[in-house]
Design a protein around this ligand. Structure first.
Ligand SMILES: Nc1ncnc2c1ncn2[C@@H]1O[C@H](COP(=O)(O)OP(=O)(O)O)[C@@H](O)[C@H]1O
Ligand SMILES: [Mg+2]
Length: 469
């Protein structure tokens, strides 16, 4: 019997049994957790899944998407999430991988592009596609009516309730399915409420830990436990255990804010008019020395030097970085004296260096070498004296506000990300905000936040104009 005939005989069975389709057509063996998701999906049709990373939930969505598209005529499968880059890197990438794995018979029926999977003969009437859903465009999926519909929502924790409520009317037909999946990032919103007893269309709530997933390397979990200070840390809860972080946490910066900044892609015109500022945190013995480069809303480069035991040597490394940018600038005769051109060539207007202790020497040497350095002592009085105990607390709060309010972009740098979530804050007896000290942090997690410290230094402005209202 030819393969095509064999496939057609099985099609009826696959329609009611996606697990068999996944095994026999996609040729992959789901993990126990994935099998559980699939069985619940068949039984309940509307399911919500929260889990740690690498449970394989995005892959399951991609398999089920392909199953639905192959088994039901004029099927429609909209996929959404709040971020386009996540959609493309996540679900749509997986769909591409498994689409290419399909037997010719099924593959030939569809065309896969960067944004859709379309039946070649029926066109948009038989299609799966990705669309971002944001508060500004809550209606993205409306008009997607079909009797055979399956709506997939990835990164569910960040999808606005209004958007989900707009999608629900699409799901009134008999052959309707929906899955909302995600890491439990946020402690409010639709996804959070759903998992805390609020009635919804999602009839089955599922939860899986990455600790039980064979797709998750044990070394990764071990490294997270060390970097974030144990199983109770928000990071470990969200990314490994699939638990919501404690909402009464004294952690300064929420992880989802950092995640959003990491996934954001700014256009050039959104930062190129801003000054370039560098921040340097000096650590000569155990700690690393870090150099963080920021232009307006974008942190775009981070240098880390470990075990540089000598001040002058460290100064040499910083100067080398500076000279690299200077050289590009000088080689460009045409625009030599234009201030804007300093910016496009990414020459720092100022290099803020933590001058406490060993940093002092670095500032002096680099001043002597005529670099635009500025020594910052984070023990100085803050500008808002009534609110903060010292400049350090003020700078870290500026970092929090910058991340929350400026819609910035930061690189996917594990050190920066871990450092930003680590510091806790307290209010001292006189009501002023204090940030956990280097010593306390070292005691708690066994290292210091060098990259984070370099970053917050980029936010320091020597002569800040204070507006009193
Ligand atoms: N059953 C499986 N067998 C082999 N590889 C798998 C399986 N399930 C998922 N994968 C792969 O493992 C990786 C992590 O899966 P993913 O779906 O992204 O996890 P999650 O969305 O839970 O973080 C992906 O590269 C995916 O292709
Ligand atoms: Mg995923």
């Amino acid at each position: 019997m030819k393969q095509t005939e064999r496939l057609l005989i099985h099609l009826r069975r696959w329609r009611s049994n996606p697990l068999a389709f996944i095994r026999e057509v996609l040729n992959v063996e789901p993990t126990d957790q994935q099998t559980d998701i699939i069985l619940n999906f068949i039984q309940y049709r509307f399911i919500a899944v929260r889990s740690g990373n690498k449970v394989g939930k995005t892959a399951v969505c991609a398999w089920l998407l392909i199953w639905f598209m192959c088994c039901f005529k004029n099927a429609r499968v909209p996929c959404t999430s709040p971020s386009e880059s996540q959609l493309k890197k996540g679900i749509w990438n997986e769909v591409g991988i498994w689409y290419r794995n399909l037997p010719e018979y099924f593959k030939n029926q569809f065309t896969y592009t960067a944004e859709s999977l379309t039946n070649t003969r029926h066109g948009t009437a038989w299609q799966s596609y990705i669309k971002t859903a944001t508060k500004e465009r809550p209606e993205v999926l409306s008009g997607a009516h079909s009797a055979d519909i399956f709506v997939i929502m990835d990164e569910g924790s960040a999808i606005d309730g209004e958007i989900i409520n707009n999608i629900l009317p699409l799901l009134g037909s008999i052959n309707a399915y929906s899955m909302i999946i995600g890491n439990p990032m946020r402690t409010s919103g639709y996804f959070f409420d759903l998992f805390h007893g609020k009635p919804s269309i999602f009839k089955k709530l599922l939860h899986y830990s990455a600790e039980d997933s064979p797709l998750m390397p044990q070394e990764t979990l071990k490294a997270w436990l060390e970097a974030f200070g144990g199983r109770d840390s928000s990071y470990y809860k969200i990314h490994a255990l699939g638990e919501f972080p404690a909402s009464d946490s004294d952690q300064l910066i929420s992880l989802y804010i950092i995640d959003e900044a990491k996934n954001r892609r700014l256009n050039k015109d959104e930062y190129e008019d801003a000054d370039v500022i560098w921040g340097v945190d000096v650590g000569l013995d155990h700690d690393a020395s870090t150099l963080v480069k920021r232009q307006g809303r974008k942190v775009y480069d981070i240098k880390k030097w470990r075990k540089v035991k000598d001040t002058v040597k460290l100064c040499g490394l910083i100067q080398e970085e500076y000279n690299k940018e200077l050289k590009k600038y000088e080689e460009d005769e045409e625009h030599k004296d234009e201030e804007d051109y300093v910016k496009t060539h990414k020459l720092p207007k100022r290099i803020n260096i933590d001058e406490i202790g060993i940093g002092r020497g670095t500032v002096d040497v680099l001043k002597g070498w005529k670099l635009p350095v500025f020594g910052v002592n984070v023990g100085w009085a803050p500008k808002e004296k009534g609110r903060f105990a010292n400049l350090k607390a003020e700078l870290w709060f500026m970092a929090k506000e910058w991340l929350e309010l400026e819609a910035p972009q930061i690189p996917d740098d594990q050190d920066l990300i871990t450092d930003l979530v680590v510091p806790k804050y307290q209010t001292n007896p006189s009501g002023k905000i204090k940030i956990e000290s280097k010593d306390q942090i070292r005691k708690r997690i066994g290292r210091s936040t060098d990259t984070g410290d370099g970053f917050v230094l980029t936010l320091y402005r020597p002569k800040q104009v204070k507006v009193y209202i």
